[in-house]
Design a protein around this ligand. Sequence first.
Ligand code: 13P
Ligand code: SF4
Length: 357
Amino acid sequence: TDEELDLRILAAKATLGDRAVILGHFYQRDEVVQYADFIGDSYQLARAATEKTRAEAIIFCGVHFMAETADMLSRPEQAVILPNLAAGCSMADMADIDSVTDCWEDLAELFGTEPDDDGRVPVIPVTYMNSSAALKGFCGRNGGIVCTSSNAAAVLEWAFQRGQRVLFFPDQHLGRNTAKAMGVSVEQMPLWNPRKPLGGNEEATLQDSRVILWHGFCSVHKRFSVDQIDKARADFPGVRVIVHPECPMEVVDAADESGSTDYIRKAIEAAAPGTTFAVGTEINMVNRLASEHPEHTIFCLDPVICPCSTMYRIHPGYLAWVLEALVAGTVLNRITVAESVASPSRVALERMLAVQP
Ligand code: 13P
Ligand code: SF4
């Protein structure tokens, strides 16, 4: 039963004490979040793994790419544990190292690799945190950087100072929305098509580009629509519409504001009591904000329940299982990134951490 699981998790946590720390992403369900020692967005969780803990085990209640990042940023003797190894991210899976390398080689053929008179190289690769360690390593090796949704503009600024254009992967929406807000025109952000040879990708458009976008997207955030925003405004005059930048451009443009999960949380915390919010992000987070803020009216833009199905794979039963194994001296579901990948990945991650102190 739930009560039995609760007792087992609390008992294991109490036995382990400071030896284990539980990190939880905002999208985790309440039944898991209640046990987290630290809750945050993907940027804050990456920092937490670096700075906030000396624990020998970091139990990461989130998805695979976050656990990989925590492993690369934590100390070597710390074990990062993903309670359910099937908790991946469909967006991260949309960019693989071979396809990105093929694209990179095509771009090198087109633009060359020599810097211009201002010292800017033809292309800087930027990967969203929601990507495999292999792609972070690719960025580290090729003068690039990692971003999250909370620092994407600052990271793109960093990249534009060093490059004539950016290759942004995997999330086309975060790339497009962020660059558009910085004044880059949509025409200068072509979508790379890995199935077409270089000529098919319209070389003239690529020559004029500022941001070349990968074709990835988040299956949760792509569900939000302008129709839903119109309906929320019709039903609740004065509603504040706030969405995550993984939503499509029309949705971000139609919303009142957009930002990372932590941005959304802070905006709601800072609002005058009695504000109505229609929120375009994952349902577990929206429901939690609604119950934490009874002074506001908060609802999800999408009337159909839309959890992130992979985040949802972290169930308290898995948490109990890995914690009890730790008590018994066994590390289960450890996520380790080979040093040959982790070392260049850290270069790209540390560039990001230096951009946003
Ligand atoms: P943030 O926590 O950076 O807002 O990212 C949202 C997300 O999709 C995580 O998978
Ligand atoms: Fe991936 Fe979207 Fe789930 Fe985030 S919400 S983990 S981007 S599928």
